[in-house]
Design a protein around this ligand. Sequence first.
Ligand code: SAH
Length: 347
Amino acid sequence: MKELIDKLTTTNNLAPEELKKLIDNRNPELAEYLFAKARTVRIENYGYDVYIRGLIEFTNYCRNDCYYCGIRKSNVEAERYRLTKEEILECCAIGYDLGFRTFVLQGGEDGYYTDEKIVDIIRSIKRNYPDCAVTLSIGEKSYESYQAFFEAGAERYLLRHEGVNAEHYRKLHPPNLSIYKRKECLYNLKEIGYQVGCGIMVGSPYQTTDCIVEDLLFMKELNPHMIGIGPFIPHHKTPFADHAAGTLELTLFLLGIIRLMLPSVLLPATTALGTIHPQGRELGILAGANVVMPNLSPPSIREKYLLYDNKICTGDEAAECRSCLEKRMESIGYHVAVSRGDHKSFV
Ligand code: SAH
């Protein structure tokens, strides 16, 4: 199996059956071998820097009904909220002082925020913080909307593909959502000129190794600038309440593989990873990740943006999260960078 990891390291690629074999035959020793290679590649590309992104969860209203997500439309128990432009700018002000140079606006697909409103928010952030990057994570929109946001100054977009196998995608989403639409959005975003991020939940219900292999090959094909992967974690008010969570172990193994497949990709150790294990994010960095995305949302609304159960840091102030993460990264020999943290091809 080590030969497969060596091959992946030198060619940044494996055939589907090789990927399947590697994943299905993984064990702790092999994982250590993989992580050592992944770290080397990561350090060649980004040194010991860890890029931070300030996550602003600005609305939990959503028109969609994804079976896994705690803020799905049908969850009538979710207490809904929206942040005003002023509240969003206040998050940025706090974040800027803490050294954040990227702000990620994430939310449900909320029709209240028309294109005009989003454009106005992006422009205001860019006017106040011209040295910062704005990332959007607000779901599927038309080409024209994506174009308008880009022209307003947004330069990155996160849209996880969730599962490229059509049958698997259908098991995770209601019939009005499709992987074809999702892929079209990702290609549109790329064409417009965004730094684009796709990704999956690891261990989502009905996900097989074959699904994962297809997802990895899709990542290779799309060649995104960012890839977000974290374990699936059930939310008690969703149809998947009784499904098992994804594992730390498989998530780390996939982070290692992705680092070797796409050496310069921006790869976060996600909050979900930190939720299923107290050292999840540190272990993610040691498996090849190079980004962390602490929360900048006001503490008053944090317990309301719950995509899954037991989310960490819901009671903390932004400053606490920032210093906690800095300590965590220092403890494993890495350093939080005060920088936009662009993909290498954009610097
Ligand atoms: N509405 C935006 C933002 C979604 S939240 C969009 O559609 O892109 C960001 C990511 O959280 C999702 O893409 C999904 O992969 C992840 N997520 C949602 N529910 C989750 C759960 N129960 N466990 C783990 N991750 C989840």
